[in-house]
Design a protein around this ligand. Structure first.
Ligand SMILES: [Zn+2]
Length: 361
């Protein structure tokens, strides 16, 4: 009887102990796991959004040599079903060759397994785009994995698929050092990048993805102002509004903002909807060089002006939409090199203000 009572008491004590101490600890663990699970879900979402953005971007600041192949790249990208990746492929070409030579996509090795067998840029582009599309498919649309495989070879895709299935910089380093270990006795490898030496990762270029993406724009750059940015592609202000001093010491009040752009290539776009009030070649009253090919658009009380264009795509009296192409970047008129000169003003030749504020830049 006494023994039974003691046992029941002990059980009760154990139950109380569990409720009092162990249950809260279990609940706490469950809470922590829950939070970690949610965080992983959110991070997964973020990274998938990031790779989606890789198709929404525009052509970045690639050379004119690369831009001359844009139509051919677009043609073969459509054939291969990767037309959303034209900007990426042009960035890839920029990294491979800068658009120079007879094999601008450096596609010979994937074409015939020897260097230098392609001697025609169009064959190079056709083969390079095809190879990129194949690696992208095998990578399950992981653009970074596809890009790194363009440099490492498709063995890297198999390696990543066995190690988590998603490109990371660490996997690129691991793969490179593994391959380097296998091949270094042949003595044909030297490190492309001194930074790779510390990881013993001298096979290929472990920073290839970053190298390509520096030539790519992830988002349509529109700024967060009421006006849209007028240059397609990378936004780079080369001369701000206001007083500036030239190399010879002379000073000038710069009544607009200058953007870098590629002559004959970069589309110039209307900052806001409006009506074209000027489109033509402008020369100063004294006959000296002025804005060159100039477009002016009236939007309510404000006028936007676009100078030094190589080509005019609108006529006086046209109505234009925000973001509509009105011309092409150039260096006409008083200009030292290709750029867009953008002005904001209240009347055609006066009332200037700083466009950067309207653009949110
Ligand atoms: Zn200017």
């Amino acid at each position: 009887m006494l023994k039974q009572y003691a046992e029941a008491k002990a059980k009760k004590a154990l139950l109380i102990l569990m409720l009092k101490y162990i249950l809260p600890i279990l609940l706490l663990f469950a809470l922590i796991y829950g939070i970690i699970f949610l965080l992983v879900l959110m991070l997964g979402n973020l990274s998938s959004q990031e790779s989606e953005n890789l198709t929404n971007g525009q052509v970045g600041n690639v050379s004119q040599e690369v831009m001359q192949y844009k139509d051919e790249v677009t043609k073969y990208a459509k054939q291969e079903g990767v037309e959303d990746y034209v900007g990426i492929i042009l960035a890839l070409m920029m990294q491979e060759s800068g658009g120079r030579g007879l094999d601008p996509m450096q596609a010979s090795e994937s074409h015939c397994e020897s260097m230098g067998c392609i001697v025609n840029p169009e064959v190079s582009i056709q083969q390079g785009v095809k190879y990129f599309a194949q690696t992208l498919n095998r990578s399950n649309q992981d653009v970074k994995l596809a890009l790194q495989s363009y440099n490492f070879g498709t063995g890297f895709i198999d390696y990543v698929m066995q190690h988590g299935g998603k490109y990371t910089q660490e996997l690129a380093i691991d793969f490179s050092s593994m391959k380097y270990e296998q091949l270094k006795h042949q003595g044909i490898y030297s490190c492309v990048r001194p930074e790779a030496l510390q990881y013993n990762a001298c096979y290929g270029d472990i920073y290839y993805v970053d190298a390509v993406l520096q030539y790519y724009n992830f988002e349509t750059p529109i700024g967060d102002g009421e006006w849209a940015v007028p240059v397609a592609g990378a936004v780079n202000i080369t001369s701000p509004y206001g007083w500036r001093t030239w190399g010879d010491g002379s000073r000038e009040n710069h009544k607009g903002v200058d953007f870098s752009c590629i002559e004959g290539v970069t589309p110039i776009q209307a900052v806001e909807k409006g009506r074209v009030i000027y489109s033509g070649f402008q020369v100063n009253r004294d006959g000296s060089d002025g804005y060159g090919n100039l477009v002016m658009i009236q939007h309510g009380n404000l006028i936007s002006a676009y100078g030094h264009l190589s080509k005019l795509d609108v006529r006086e009296g046209d109505t234009v939409k925000k973001g509509q192409q009105i011309g092409v970047c150039g260096s006409t008129g008083e200009s030292t090199g290709p750029h867009l000169h953008l002005e904001a003003k209240t009347s055609e030749w006066s009332g200037h203000q700083n466009p950067a504020a309207l653009l949110g830049l």
